[in-house]
Design a protein around this ligand. Structure first.
Ligand SMILES: *Cc1c(COP(=O)(O)O)cnc(C)c1O
Length: 432
């Protein structure tokens, strides 16, 4: 144990960790590009973008400088009654790559709060119009939306928060028809989900305020992918019952799925769009809940109670906004756009190498810059694999027996090729 990890063990309580059985923490001293470095100087290739936040590599000088310059001018100001150009510039920049209808931006600090804001706005949208009975939410089994109580409630079937389930508000769920390469049963799975949806709509349709989903990919429950045409059908039926639609693109946003946002691959404009994680390129916490003017206008009134009474101390923090502006500029560059394509191609090559060398994998799937597959096993191998990957200098965190890669856009084809070779070797050893 190093000195720092020993000091950590005495004083720190880590997130999402069973502290009694957890492996020793690794002390990271610095990071650059696609690598993070520990105290001994060992490099780890960051294949999970430091859990889905990093876009352009670590310590990118453009973003670092934007934060520094902004810090010398204005580090923060209360956002009720005040504004600043980093906030307005960022929303104008985002509007350029969003559907025209999504043109009202509400700031908060993280993915969970962006979801919380969408849920509260959706509920109040109806209650401001005298429809208080619209107090149910609809979501997918396995959906993950964050760790605050509202976000946990709509993610109640994700299995992450079982200790708190007695305190959740009521949510109706439908099965998620996960699919993969050469899936012969997908039509059946989708029909089943649609028929259960129809049951809910028949019984409770008029009481449902909103449907929340992670479009195209459920992240935390194991990079589970579904077909866009299924979501089109589903959402059309949902909308017939005057139910609002919330796209939680906290993970899928900012080109993870190949397009700036997953919504454009589905061709649907939701009533709310939740953004966070990649928004600042992985530098600072920030989130946005984007909605339409139709929603916004139902909150306009001479009665204060009709207003949206929600805010955070660091709402629209100028440093975070400056980082987000710089990150978005990098994202729009042709180099980055080309990198998205080459990452996708590297995944295709890598997955086919895995398939021809390892008999113990199944359910391969790729979308944009995300690849995933499952290991056939009766045991949960995630801890063992995580350790083996780290030994090989790969930062990969399996979700159960699902292995996925979600790299920063700075990663090269060679680095991905080596990664797939190393994974192949590790999996071959495993089956011996
Ligand atoms: C990570 C995540 C969240 C929660 O975001 P935090 O910033 O961790 O609170 C919500 N929704 C999705 C889809 C996520 O992946």
């Amino acid at each position: 144990m190093t000195l720092l990890s020993r000091r950590d063990k005495k004083i720190i309580w880590h997130p999402f960790t069973q502290e009694k059985t957890a492996a020793e923490v690794i002390a990271i001293t610095n990071a650059k590009g696609s690598y993070i470095y520990d105290e001994s100087g060992k490099a780890y290739l960051d294949l999970i973008s430091s859990w889905w936040v990093n876009l352009h590599g670590h310590a990118h000088p453009d973003i670092a400088e934007a934060i520094y310059e902004q810090a010398l001018k204005l580090e923060h100001v209360i956002f009720a009654g005040f504004t600043h150009s980093p906030a307005v510039d960022l929303c104008e920049d985002l509007q350029e790559i969003l559907p025209y209808e999504l043109n009202r931006f509400f700031f908060s600090d993280n993915g969970s709060t962006s979801v919380e804001v969408a849920l509260k706005m959706a509920y109040q949208y109806w209650s401001n119009q005298g429809l208080k009975e619209k107090n149910l939410f609809l979501s997918f089994d396995g959906g993950y939306h964050g760790d605050t109580f509202g976000a946990m409630s709509v993610g109640s079937r994700s299995g992450f928060h079982n200790s708190f389930s007695d305190l959740f508000f009521k949510v109706l769920t439908i099965p998620y028809p996960q699919t993969w390469d050469d899936d012969s049963e997908i039509d059946l799975k989708e029909e089943n989900a649609l028929s259960l949806l129809r049951n809910h709509l028949r019984e409770h349709g008029s009481k449902i305020a909103a449907f929340i989903l992670e479009p195209l990919v459920q992240g935390a429950s194991g990079m589970k992918m579904c077909r866009p045409e299924f979501l089109v059908k589903l959402i059309a039926e949902v909308r017939e019952h005057k139910i609002l639609v919330i796209f939680d693109e906290v993970m899928t946003g900012f080109s993870r799925t190949g397009s700036y946002f997953a919504l454009s691959q589905i061709g649907i404009i939701p009533d709310f769009l939740c953004l966070s994680k990649g928004i600042t390129g992985g530098f600072l916490p920030l989130a946005l809940t984007v909605t339409t003017n139709i929603i916004y206008e139902t909150f306009l009134s001479n009665d204060w109670n009709m207003a949206f009474a929600h805010g955070h101390s660091y709402t629209a923090n100028p440093l975070a906004c400056a980082a987000a502006i710089a990150s978005l500029k990098l994202l729009k560059q042709s180099d980055t756009q080309n990198a998205l394509i080459s990452i996708h191609e590297s995944h295709q090559k890598g997955i086919s190498i895995l398939q021809s060398n390892c008999s113990n994998i199944e359910h391969t799937r790729i979308l944009g810059t995300i690849s995933a597959f499952d290991i056939k096993s009766d045991y949960n191998l995630s801890a063992k694999l995580k350790k083996r990957f780290l030994e090989e200098g790969l930062l990969i965190r399996p979700l159960g027996n699902t292995i996925y890669l979600l790299p920063p856009y700075s990663i090269t084809s060679e680095e991905l090729e080596i990664t797939y070779q190393k994974i192949t070797n590790i999996l071959k050893q495993l089956s011996k």
